[in-house]
Design a protein around this ligand. Structure first.
Ligand SMILES: C[S@@+](CC[C@H](N)C(=O)[O-])C[C@H]1O[C@@H](n2cnc3c(N)ncnc32)[C@H](O)[C@@H]1O
Length: 330
C-alpha cells in the first residue's frame, strides 16, 4: 500500500468522511464508481483521465495508484501515489474530456464548442448533424448536450480520422449517442428533419444545398472557420441559399491567475481559434432579402445608388460624340 512519506498515511486518504453514494445519482455520483471516468489532478496542475477498473493500476512519473484504492472514495478526495505524491480525485469536466483526446486533426476548442451548442439550441433529445468528425472534439460536446435520448450524426470523409474519433468517443463514454457516418458530404446527408447542423470543414459554403435538405424548417445552422475571407464566402453563400438571422462571432477567453490579493490575467492567452457563423434557413428562399441584417440592407442600397450615379448616360454620350456640333479639340 502506498503512503504519505510524512505520516505513513494510507495510499488513498479521504480528507472528509465519505458521502453516501446513490442518493444523488441523478445529479452524478458522490463517490468514484467502478467503470466511471475520473480525473486525477497533480499539485503542478497536470490532469490525468482514467476509467476506473477493479484490479487495474495507474502508472505516472509520480508513482503507481491502484484503481481499487480510488473506487468508493468521495470525489474531491486527496489520494496518494505509491511514492507519496498527492493527487486530487475529481469528476472530469466537459473541457477535460475534449482536451484529453487523441488528435489527428485540429479540434474545436471548448470555448467555441460551448457557444456552438448554444447557437444550435441543443438539449437532451435533439438530433444534430456535424461534419467533419475530425478527431471527435466537437462531437464530444454535441453528444454531451443531446444525451441521453438525442443523437449526433457525425460525417467524415476520411476513415483514418473516423477511427480515431470512434476511440475518443468510446473513451469518453459517449459513443452510444453518436452515429459515425463515413461519407463525403457533397453526396448529401442521409437524415432529414434534423434540429441542428454544424459544419467544421474548409469550404462550408459549398454544402449549403445539402444543409437545407437535411435541416428541419427553421432549424439551427452553425459553422466555424479560421479566416475572415472564409467568413465572407460563407456569408455570401448563406444569402444565396435562403438563410436568415445570420450572425458572426468570435469568442475570446482570458484566464486570470487566481490570487485574491494580486488578481491579474494570465500572461499568455490563445489569441485566435476561429469565427463562428450561425444562421437559420427560411422556408421560402425568395424571402431572404427581407431578413438580411439592417447593416447589410443599407450597404446594398448604397451600392445600388452608387451604381446608378456612376452608370454612364449612354444615350447622351453617344449623341455628343456623333453630333455635328461637337467640337473636337485637336
Ligand atoms: C478541422 S477537422 C474537424 C475537427 C473536429 N470538429 C474536432 O473538433 O475534432 C475537419 C474534418 O473534416 C473532414 N472533411 C473535410 N471535408 C469533408 C467533406 N466534404 N465531407 C466529409 N468530411 C470532410 C476532414 O477529413 C477533417 O477530418
Amino acid at each position: 500500500m502506498a503512503s504519505d512519506p510524512q505520516n505513513r498515511a494510507p495510499a488513498v486518504r479521504a480528507l472528509e468522511p465519505p458521502l453516501a453514494s446513490g442518493a444523488g445519482a441523478a445529479r452524478g455520483p458522490l463517490t468514484a464508481q467502478a467503470g466511471q471516468l475520473v480525473l486525477l489532478l497533480t499539485e503542478k496542475g497536470k490532469r490525468y483521465l482514467l476509467r476506473l477498473q477493479p484490479g487495474t493500476r495507474f502508472h505516472t512519473h509520480l508513482g503507481v495508484i491502484a484503481h481499487d484504492d480510488l473506487i468508493g472514495q468521495p470525489l474531491g478526495t486527496t489520494v496518494f501515489s505509491a511514492k507519496g505524491h498527492p493527487l486530487l480525485l475529481l469528476e472530469p469536466s466537459l473541457p477535460d474530456l475534449m482536451k484529453r483526446i487523441k488528435r489527428t486533426t485540429q479540434i474545436i476548442y471548448p470555448k467555441d464548442a460551448a457557444r456552438i451548442v448554444q447557437l444550435l439550441n441543443l438539449r437532451a433529445g435533439r438530433r444534430v448533424i456535424e461534419a467533419g468528425t475530425g478527431s471527435g472534439g466537437l462531437t464530444i460536446a454535441l453528444a454531451w448536450a443531446v444525451a441521453p435520448q438525442g443523437r449526433v450524426y457525425s460525417y467524415e470523409a476520411r476513415p483514418e480520422h473516423q477511427r480515431v474519433a470512434r476511440a475518443n468517443l468510446e473513451r469518453a463514454g459517449l459513443l452510444d449517442h453518436v452515429e459515425l457516418v463515413e461519407r463525403a458530404i457533397q453526396e448529401g446527408f442521409l437524415q432529414t428533419g434534423v434540429d441542428a447542423l454544424v459544419l467544421d470543414v474548409r469550404t462550408p459554403w459549398q454544402y449549403l444545398e445539402q444543409v437545407r435538405q437535411a435541416l428541419r424548417p427553421g432549424g439551427f445552422f452553425a459553422s466555424l472557420v479560421p479566416t475572415t475571407n472564409q467568413v465572407s464566402q460563407l456569408l455570401a453563400s448563406l444569402e444565396q441559399h435562403g438563410f436568415a438571422d445570420i450572425r458572426v462571432e468570435e469568442i475570446l477567453l482570458r484566464r486570470y491567475k487566481p490570487v485574491p490579493d494580486r488578481l491579474r490575467p494570465e500572461d499568455t492567452m490563445i489569441g485566435h481559434t476561429g469565427f463562428i457563423i450561425a444562421a437559420r434557413p427560411v422556408v421560402d428562399p425568395e424571402e431572404t432579402t427581407r431578413w438580411l441584417a439592417e447593416e447589410r440592407k443599407r450597404f446594398l442600397a448604397r451600392q445600388e445608388q452608387t451604381s446608378r450615379v456612376d452608370a454612364p448616360d449612354t444615350a447622351t454620350e453617344t449623341q455628343d460624340l456623333h453630333s455635328p456640333d461637337t467640337t473636337v479639340d485637336t
